[in-house]
Design a protein around this ligand. Structure first.
Ligand code: ZN
Ligand code: ZN
Length: 430
């Protein structure tokens, strides 16, 4: 009689991330993390900031999503994006044509922003993701892994495929009353690319990525040094304060960013100065049957409202007027709060910062609308659209406010607290 089959217990997988201390990248708190399994997430107990999450398939999923995104990016560049038909005159544009046309009209800044934020930076991000995760998957220590790990996280806020996509939809609806417009194959590829890219971005997290890269180098970054140390704002691991740079990702180490407040205020002042020409000068000039009509941002919104395009008027109002103004006021309030004692809870201010940081890049939608319309509507005297000088100023406002928010060291908000609720004793070890 054959022996009954032996049922072996399922192999126990090692924990994805062992218990260790991590510095919150936002408020600087030293958090004792428990061991994390796949599918688990950790947040900061003081400021609610997302610290780290381990996907169910932490290596294969980012790799698969990065390859999918890259293929969709190639498809998005290969076919027409939008097509227009005005009285039998047909034009269709591709993504690269948009940049080329705007470059030929001497608006190099706008062309560069389009190329960088929609094509080049996402491509660099995807290629470095594939490179890093292929190395981790095969257990091979590849050159330049640490700087590429830092780069792939740093460029994420500058990728604006989703904003460009909204710009394409707004442009199409804007033109719908004047001409026959339709989406090309590339539009759908771009939609898929935007979704896949967002998912890839959410899977590439600095803390876990640098943990795995260091393991490949035979270093365990979860071991905290005994001497006084600083938490790295990039990877979250601790390095000796005397080292000057993070031992695990090689980022420069600061207890607080030097001159953070001054940099934030200087960039905010730049944004405020640029905001004036951005609103006073025309952002777009429409030429129709020999007549050129310039329109400022606000005039454009009123025109859309009068035509009954209420949702589009609302989108442009929120993106081009409401968000920049709210962002500039909020940044000024944050600078004020960081510079002197106050009674506002740091948690509320940190949440305000997070909103400012999140919404900033959506203001670029109007700039993308101008770029798309200039490329799409090129029918000589019958109908043409030209970029206005305000498009450059407004692009400057968006870039300056984004840089201003990035220069702001949120840890300052937790330093300057009402004496009763000070949390400094939990902060740095130094
Ligand atoms: Zn925190
Ligand atoms: Zn680091």
């Amino acid at each position: 009689m054959p022996a009954p089959p032996t049922i072996l217990p399922a192999p126990v997988e090692p924990v994805a991330l062992p218990a260790h201390a991590m510095a919150c990248p936002q408020c600087g708190l030293h958090v004792e993390l428990p061991a994390l399994e796949r599918g688990e997430e950790a947040t900061c107990p003081r400021c609610d900031e997302h610290l780290v999450s381990i996907p169910h398939s932490p290596i294969d999923e980012p790799l698969a999503m990065a390859w999918t995104s890259l293929i969709l990016l190639l498809l998005a560049c290969s076919f027409p994006l939008l097509a227009i038909d005005v009285q039998g005159n047909q034009t269709q544009i591709t993504l690269l044509e948009s940049a080329e046309t705007i470059y030929r009209r001497d608006f190099a800044l706008l062309a560069n922003v389009l190329l960088l934020c929609v094509l080049l930076l996402p491509a660099i991000f995807l290629l470095s993701t594939i490179y890093l995760f292929s190395g981790i998957r095969t257990g091979r220590r590849l050159p330049w892994m640490k700087p590429l790990g830092r780069l792939s996280v740093a460029i994420q806020p500058w990728m604006m495929v989703d904003v460009f996509l909204l710009g394409a939809i707004v442009s199409m609806i804007k033109m719908a009353s004047l001409a026959q417009v339709g989406f090309g194959l590339s539009f759908w590829a771009l939609l898929g690319f935007s979704l896949a890219l967002t998912r890839t971005g959410s899977l590439v997290e600095a803390h876990w990525l640098h943990y795995r890269i260091n393991l490949l180098h035979g270093i365990d970054p979860t071991q905290r040094p005994a001497e006084p140390c600083h938490g790295c704002q990039v990877c979250g691991f601790f390095s000796p304060a005397s080292a000057g740079h993070c031992q695990y990702c090689h980022a420069t180490l600061h207890a607080r960013h030097p001159h953070s407040l001054q940099k934030t205020v200087a960039l905010l002042a730049t944004a405020i100065v640029l905001y004036l020409p951005a609103n006073l000068y025309p952002i777009m000039l429409t030429e129709s049957l020999g007549r050129t009509t310039p329109s400022t941002i606000v005039e454009g919104i009123f025109l859309l409202w009068e035509k009954g395009s209420y949702p589009i008027a609302l989108i442009i109002f929120v993106a081009s007027v409401f968000i920049p103004i709210v962002k500039m006021i909020a940044l000024a309030a944050l600078c004020l709060a960081a510079s002197r004692p106050h009674r506002t809870r740091p948690l509320h201010l940190t949440r305000l910062y997070r909103i400012v940081d999140f919404i900033g890049r959506w203001s670029m939608v109007d700039v993308f609308v101008v770029i798309i319309l200039v490329t799409l509507v090129r029918m000589g005297s019958l109908m043409s659209v030209h970029p206005g000088v305000a498009a450059v100023s407004f692009c400057g406002v968006v870039l300056a406010t984004m840089l201003s928010a990035m220069s702001f060291d949120v840890r300052m908000l937790w330093d300057v607290q009402h004496p009763v609720s000070t949390g400094r004793e939990h902060d740095e070890f130094d």
